[in-house]
Design a protein around this ligand. Structure first.
Ligand code: SF4
Length: 447
């Protein structure tokens, strides 16, 4: 089940995959670089993952360090016993904590921020595992949706800002935690609810689920949920932060059509991440939706590839225009976001070469002007095209006849967005958690 869950969450990370299981006494692990299918290739691997409880992780690194040792879940043995951890998000004070611990003699095996949490757990003087986890996590700052596994417990935790999603479900007498509900659908797990901001949810072999709120309970929109989960990152068939992604994404497309109309013959998407927004644009504008670009599914998400060269090559390999649809047409291309602008430029060129008479690019999110320090791979501002060019300059660079973005106000006015409080820092708003100066220069800590 952990394997199938990872399989349906492959879009959240493609660098490495791993599972740690337990039979109630011992713990077993298997992890490596690669996609879930590559890492779990044969029955022999599964036969070594003994037990009836497990956690898994797909790694998505925000910068560098594609090393096997950074693959998660991390499994350690300390004075409190065995514990494994898997982390989604980025800490913003890990570097400071790490330097301090290294001066005190701690030896780190990985270059990830998540290892800091395990060191803090191992150093905690508290008595029980949940108390140790809580003690460690109240010392770190940043984005962390995490799962911990011990022989007796499965613990799910979400940081008080609630940057990343974490959902809770049940099937028969088993409980499940996952980043998105699409993992539950495959397994026939019933979605119970989202893990709350700042909640520590304990699932034990012996007792009913118990919740604690080490940072106090959040009341009314006190979170900073990553709005980018709705724009791009989560799958449209998932529910995250209490709302179906598909519905929100369609409304983004509709709002975009209201704010940035275009005189055109067809609307096309950049598959797959903007399919739903493009449908919304088409509905609202009454311009027919067509499949004008075909995606090769065997190339990873360009956004997720770690190196610029692969990213640029990937865009060309990944999409093929459908000439019969595009020829002599005025085309609205709906995409979810523009980061560096290189992919958009290649796409516009491809669409023109296929015979489109006009290409109007519409973006279902506001311009990205700031990097993310909370777990989404956006480059520093000097590489973000919208941080350095006006909308018209970007349109000229990309080669589009016109370019229009969804406004931040328009995005936040979508009535189906749950009223939980959102982070919109990459669109120019204030960072919900202060970023340490050194961190700004070097985003080394990553998932
Ligand atoms: S900065 Fe942007 S991508 Fe990062 S958490 Fe905030 S909204 Fe999400």
């Amino acid at each position: 089940m952990a394997y199938l869950g990872l399989y349906s969450l492959q879009h959240r990370g493609q660098e490495s995959a791993g599972i740690v299981s337990t039979d109630g006494e011992n713990m077993f692990e298997h992890k490596d670089l690669g996609l879930v299918n590559d890492v779990f290739q044969n029955e022999e691997i599964f036969s070594r993952l003994i037990g009836d409880s497990a956690i898994g992780h797909n790694r998505y690194s925000t910068t560098g360090s594609t090393f096997r040792v950074n693959s998660q879940p991390f499994l350690i043995n300390f004075h409190g016993g065995h514990i494994a951890a898997a982390h989604n998000g980025n800490l913003v004070n890990a570097q400071i904590l790490r330097e301090k611990m290294e001066k005190d003699g701690s030896i780190f095996r990985t270059t990830t921020d998540s290892e800091v949490i395990l060191h803090l757990i191992a150093r905690s003087r508290r008595k029980t595992i949940p108390e140790m986890i809580s003690d460690a996590l109240t010392k770190v700052k940043g984005a962390f949706s995490m799962v911990f596994l011990t022989p007796r417990l499965l613990v799910g935790v979400k940081d008080p800002n609630s940057f990343r999603p974490l959902v809770f479900g049940r099937k028969d007498d088993a409980y499940f935690l996952a980043s998105e509900t699409c993992a539950f659908d495959l397994l026939g797990v019933e979605f119970i609810r989202c893990v709350q901001p700042g909640e520590l949810l304990i699932l034990s072999r012996d007792n009913e689920p118990e919740s604690f709120f080490p940072w106090g309970k959040c009341k009314n929109a006190c979170g900073s949920a990553c709005i980018f989960e709705f724009i791009y990152f989560s799958r449209p068939d998932s529910t995250v932060f209490g709302a179906p992604v598909d519905k929100i994404r369609r409304k983004m497309g509709m709002k975009l059509a209201q704010e940035m109309p275009a005189d055109a013959d067809i609307v096309i998407s950049v598959p797959d991440s903007s399919n739903t927004a493009a449908l919304g644009y088409s509905w609202e504008s009454n311009i027919p939706f067509e499949l004008g670009l075909i995606r090769n599914h065997y190339i990873g998400r360009t956004f997720i590839q770690p190196r610029q060269k692969i990213r640029e090559f990937g865009a060309k390999l990944k999409y093929n225009p459908v000439r019969g649809i595009l020829k002599n047409k005025r085309v609205v291309v709906v995409d979810d976001s523009i980061v560096r602008g290189t992919t958009s430029r290649q796409l516009v060129q491809l669409i023109r070469e296929a015979g489109a008479s006009q290409v109007h690019l519409r973006i279902a999110s506001p311009p990205i002007v700031n990097p993310c320090y909370y777990g989404i791979d956006t480059p520093d501002s000097d590489q973000l095209i919208a941080a350095n060019m006006s909308v018209q300059q970007i349109a000229d660079f990309i080669g589009a006849d016109s370019l229009g973005y969804l406004s931040l106000q328009g995005l936040l006015s979508i009535d189906d967005l749950p009223d939980i409080g959102y982070c919109t820092a990459c669109f120019g708003s204030e960072y919900p958690l202060p970023i340490h100066h050194e961190k700004k220069k070097d985003k080394m800590n990553n998932k």
